[in-house]
Ligand binder design. Sequence first.
Ligand code: PXP
Length: 240
Amino acid sequence: MARLGVNVDHVATVRQARRTVEPDPVAAAALAELAGADAIVCHLREDRRHIQDRDLTLLRQTVNTHLNLEMAATEEMLRIARQVHPDRATLVPERREEVTTEGGLEVALNPDAVGKAVQRLKEEGILVSLFIDAEPDQIRAAREVGGDLVELHTGPYAHAFGTPAELREFDRLMAGVRLGLELGLRVAAGHGLDYHNIKRLARVAEIEEFNIGHSIVARAIFVGIHQAVREMVELLRGGG
Ligand code: PXP
């Protein structure tokens, strides 16, 4: 069964709407772990729109499973990663004006810059994942720059879900999964996944982990975080 990484950014989004202390993403992470999450994911953005430095510090102290920090490959974030030492760093592109991470990291056109960031993180003993589109050029470049894993961007599949383009996007994703494995990379996937579109992907044994945020936090508002995480774990087990 694939592992589930629960992204708690949007718990912080609700808190930041009032610049108050609740709901706390650190508490959400603990509850998600108790409900069966295999990893906790958070994205410390340059503009600090949701996760704050304090959250990351506390998550490092309290996460018992695996802390996966999504970050841009900037000097500031590399310095923070060195201090906080997450179990894994996932390099993502970041643009201030975007609502969420829109496309994958452009590795093929920037192998030197990305490669330097990968090396600096690996020197600290941090596992490095690259969030990229399921494109052959990007996957090959991720291998060349020394990434340990790729997280393939499932946004196009999620967007196409329920439309005639669904199978085409699924096949494109699968070709990316196979290429990653052939090149010796570990393969995770994420973005835009929910309780419906996960079912097809959950059957793909080659994907070792799914990272899911928005749909779990959205469901947690109504059913509580324990049940929201449990239901996703059940779907990954093939029980949906
Ligand atoms: N993986 C990566 C690299 C992401 O940037 C995000 C969004 O922060 C996710 C997974 C989770 O996406 P979603 O919130 O749509 O489930």
